[in-house]
Ligand binder design. Sequence first.
Ligand code: HEC
Ligand code: HEC
Length: 182
Amino acid sequence: MRTLACADCHMPYVREGGVKYSSHKVGSPLEDIQNTCLTCHRESEEEFKQIVKRKLERKNELARAAAAALAKAHFEAAKAWELGATAEEMAPALLDIRHGQWRWDFGVASHGGFFHAPEETLRILATAIHKGQSARIKLRTVLARHGAADYEAPGFSSKEEAQALIGLPMDKLVAEKMQFLV
Ligand code: HEC
Ligand code: HEC
């Protein structure tokens, strides 16, 4: 099997008035499934959309689990600092958080990433969860040493709730960004 070329998805052939040419319209290939994906994939447009949706849901589930583990680890690290943990005590957990955070970011920041390399994206997100949990186990020991073995990170069920918990001034930051863009 030949490998897919970028143009297979990003510059599909389109027909106009009997003329076949390669589209240079830059946009998401998902907006034109008929010409970009269904040239090779043989399902109906509706079926194919459902398949893609299901696959994306799996990726999003892993991405959410990674974000949740890393966010909890951040809260636990903050508590440990607050209780007087030393940089030396914190170093191994912080390294895990950093590793997990990079992997999570790499897995979600590029919109096309999942379509370009589905299995690799899932693998990276799984390792992000692993690193986040590994940090949490290490932080548990640090917290116990500082008399907070039963510390529980505050609950949150969305990015907005987590932002509010750490007092991130989102409105102000968005306003500043809009100013920057002008
Ligand atoms: C199997 C089809 C497919 C192939 C082959 C493919 N892409 Fe993509 N690419 C996509 C899809 C689908 C998206 C957008 C997903 C979305 O809209 O969320 C995308 C998005 C992108 C983006 C935008 C990323 C972003 O963060 O917004 C870039 C850049 C890109 N592709 C470059 C490439 C390059 C370079 C190649 C060849 C090396 C390539 N693509 C091959 C399907 C493909
Ligand atoms: C040039 C032919 C071709 C085009 C165009 C194409 N695909 Fe594919 N796609 C394949 C082949 C062949 C496979 C199975 C082999 C593989 O997994 O590497 C596949 C596999 C897939 C898979 C399953 C991979 C997995 O491991 O989960 C998804 C999802 C997918 N394609 C989505 C898309 C989307 C979305 C587009 C349009 C943006 C697209 N493809 C365009 C040939 C194509």
